[in-house]
Design a protein around this ligand. Structure first.
Ligand code: NAP
Length: 482
């Protein structure tokens, strides 16, 4: 079977490039899932110009009509649900059930924001003056650049595209090179749903080349980025010079506090889930389990036992809990951190190796790995690893656990496992993170509420839920004397 080639989408047309790049299956690296046209800086400039040309008409289109196209695209994605999920597993490596969950979420995101087209909430408030009517309406920003990572290759593009479009903006999407197909499928659905030419543009290719071109594109008014702190901070510096509106969602080193009064079995399950599912490649994954001294040994033993039962393998196979890392780069990074961990704290309690047996030798598979007695100053307690590696840390009591949890530059998600309601209400204001979970895994959010972090993890307005409208729209305030 020949590998299909996927073109970029600029001004309503599919553009093939002279060069292509491969989208490979990280579970079987000899399998090329797709070839992608390698976009150039000129493609980005053309895409931004097309988006600028399309903006006046799209922004003048009634909100419900914009929403109707999003509903149609959602229906098309829904019809292709099974094949989209299978493609995602093959390009990114997450298990098929996880991929199905993500595709379902993208569809829900499109339907949720399609509905916003008919709401577009503004303000009407009474004036202090006689016969003055005053109100504020929403207006779009203009051309938005969307730069997305590979770990949620469908949901993150969806949660940027849908609010941007329904608010009346036009966009240029630059997906991650490791997994561009899932977002290409969304663009395909928008095309088939009748999105006017130039409203959505898609250019895949080198992040550094296309990122620079995007920042330099004159029509650009806003940029929404999800990815590493390194790239996000660079984009922020560049975007500030042009006074672009910017939104950044970046890394984390998320804690889960386990108190002695936690419901024990579910705490073990929640930590194992948050640390290892999706191969630890969730921005909201737990990287640090901070366990109260009174149950530390018992908890560690139970967590190791639970981890031993996790099945690593090709996510297309039934019964697999953990798929491969996404690419060689991630594999090298994770193995490097495991070596650092061994030097800092000794051998891991479980895991610590690449898996090269049992048919997994052609994939980027790593054993789920637990380091115990990790200290706050250690690299593996401070830096994001973005793989199935957990640091277990000992806390004297609740206050000590809170201090350790907050002792990080990051602030994306944070979790606590406890049955003590007072502790919960003390935890909520004290936890330095944008997303809190209580008696749930630190990862696993829904689209109806604001999403995003604090401290070095994030910058700018939140994504998802009603909050997403804030980034993609501005207010126009009207005073009217009658
Ligand atoms: P990354 O290397 O920063 O890449 C993210 C995106 O930026 C990709 O599309 C990449 O393109 C592009 N890029 C690379 N260099 C660029 C440049 N100079 N200018 C503009 N864009 C550039 O991050 P990643 O490895 O894909 O994703 C993992 C990171 O994302 C982790 O730190 C994780 O925590 C974070 N993340 C955060 C959230 C959140 O909501 N907070 C969610 C998911 C992931 P190429 O792929 O072509 O290099």
């Amino acid at each position: 079977m020949t590998t299909p080639t996927f073109a970029n989408y600029i001004n309503g047309e599919w553009h093939e490039s002279a060069q292509t790049f491969e989208d490979r299956n990280p579970a079987k690296t000899d399998e090329v899932v797709a070839q992608f046209s390698k976009g150039t800086a000129q493609d980005i400039a053309n895409a931004a110009d097309a988006a600028a040309c399309a903006f006046p008409a799209w922004s003048a289109t009634a909100g419900p009509a914009r929403g109707a196209i999003l509903y149609k695209a959602a229906d098309l994605l829904d019809r292709r649900f099974e094949s989209l999920a299978a493609e995602m597993t093959r390009e990114e490596g997450k298990t098929l059930p996880e991929a199905k969950g993500e595709v379902r979420r993208s569809i829900n995101i499109f339907r949720y924001f399609a509905g916003e087209g008919a709401r577009m909430p503004g303000f009407i408030v009474p004036s202090e003056r006689d016969r003055v009517h005053m109100f504020a309406i929403r207006k779009p920003i203009g051309v938005a650049g969307l730069v997305t990572p590979w770990n949620f290759p469908s949901a993150i593009p969806a949660w940027k595209l849908a609010p941007a479009l329904v608010c009346g903006n036009t966009v240029v999407l630059k997906p991650a090179s490791a997994a561009p197909l899932s977002s290409w499928r969304i663009v395909e659905a928008l095309h088939e749903a009748g999105i006017p030419r130039g409203v959505v543009n898609f250019v895949a290719g080198s992040g550094s080349e296309l990122g620079s071109a995007l920042i330099a594109a004159k029509p650009l008014k806003a940029i929404s980025f999800t990815g590493s702190c390194q790239i996000g901070n660079w984009l922020h510096a560049e975007a500030s010079q042009r006074r672009l509106r910017i939104q950044l969602e970046m890394g984390g080193k998320n804690p889960t506090i386990v108190l002695a009064d936690a419901e024990f079995n579910s705490a073990v399950e929640n930590v194992a889930n948050a640390a290892f599912f999706s191969t630890g490649q969730k921005c909201t994954a737990t990287g640090r389990a901070i366990v109260e001294d009174a149950i530390y040994d018992k908890f560690l033993t139970a967590l190791i036992e639970r981890t031993r039962k996790l099945k690593v393998g090709d996510g297309m196979q039934p019964g697999i809990d953990i798929g491969p890392l996404v690419d060689q780069n991630q594999l090298d990074t994770v193995l490097r951190y495991i070596e650092i961990g061994k030097k800092e704290v000794g051998a891991p309690k479980i895991g610590g190796n690449r898996i090269t047996t049992g048919g997994l030798e052609k994939g980027y598979f790593v054993e789920p790995t637990i380091f115990a007695d990790v200290e706050e100053s250690m690299t593996i307690a401070r830096e994001e690893i973005f793989g199935p590696v957990l640091a277990v840390m000992r806390a004297k009591n609740f206050d000590d656990a809170m201090r350790i949890a907050n002792n990080t530059a990051f602030g994306l998600s944070s979790s606590i496992q406890t049955t003590n309601l007072s502790r919960v209400f003390e935890y909520i204001p004290r936890a330095e993170a944008g997303l809190l979970t209580i008696n749930l895994p630190s990862a696993g959010v829904e689209y109806q509420l604001p999403f995003g972090g604090t401290k070095d993890s994030s910058f700018g307005p939140k994504e998802q839920g009603p909050a997403a409208m804030e980034f993609y729209s501005d207010y126009k305030t009207v005073y009217l004397k009658y």
